[in-house]
Design a protein around this ligand. Structure first.
Ligand SMILES: [Zn+2]
Length: 178
């Protein structure tokens, strides 16, 4: 599910989502994003260009709403960076599928692998109805709802959710003549 979270957060750094501006304007911003997600890398300007391109391709996948198209789109994301698939014990010692990158995979291909596997895992365990548009009128974000109850409505609950609440409150105040 970490890969699904990374996929959601990467697409929502794009322009038009909540803040309006591109949240990956330079290499320093990309480095901060990678740190936040525990991805060890020293990105270059070439990586930045490749990650922005990945972001567009990932967004096109997360905009899909049927299971077969989502599975195909995620498989295309995974393909360039995929090295081997194996089993690795989780924290309880139970074997779990693990997709490892090719040794020579670049940063964007490694991120595509993480995000693509996250999409496939969420699709398999939760279903295509967990791929949604942000409910905020002023946000063009999308997200994968990996919460247990599955009732998430906003791409960034702390930001878009609060902004929608504030807007609704102001509308009520106006309607009430205050
Ligand atoms: Zn949003």
């Amino acid at each position: 599910m970490a890969g699904a979270g990374l996929a959601t957060e990467l697409v929502n750094t794009g322009p038009g989502v909540w803040h309006g501006d591109d949240q990956l304007p330079d290499v320093a911003a990309l480095r901060a994003f990678l740190d936040e997600h525990g991805v060890a890398a020293a990105p270059t300007t070439g990586d930045l260009t490749a990650v922005r391109d990945l972001r567009s391709r990932l967004r096109a996948v997360l905009d899909l709403r049927d299971a077969a198209s989502l599975a195909d789109g995620a498989a295309d994301l995974v393909a360039p960076g995929l090295g081997t698939v194996g089993l690795v014990p989780d924290e309880r010692g139970r074997p779990q599928w693990s997709a490892r990158p090719r040794p020579d995979a670049g940063l964007a291909d490694r991120l595509a692998l993480l995000a693509g596997v996250g999409v496939l895992g969420a699709l398999r365990t939760l279903g295509p109805e967990r791929f949604r548009d942000c409910a905020s009128d002023t946000c063009s974000g999308v997200f994968i709802d990996t919460s247990r109850p599955g009732r998430r409505r906003y791409c960034m609950p702390d930001l878009c959710g609060n902004r929608a609440n504030v807007a609704a409150y102001r509308a009520r105040q106006k309607a009430g003549g205050n």
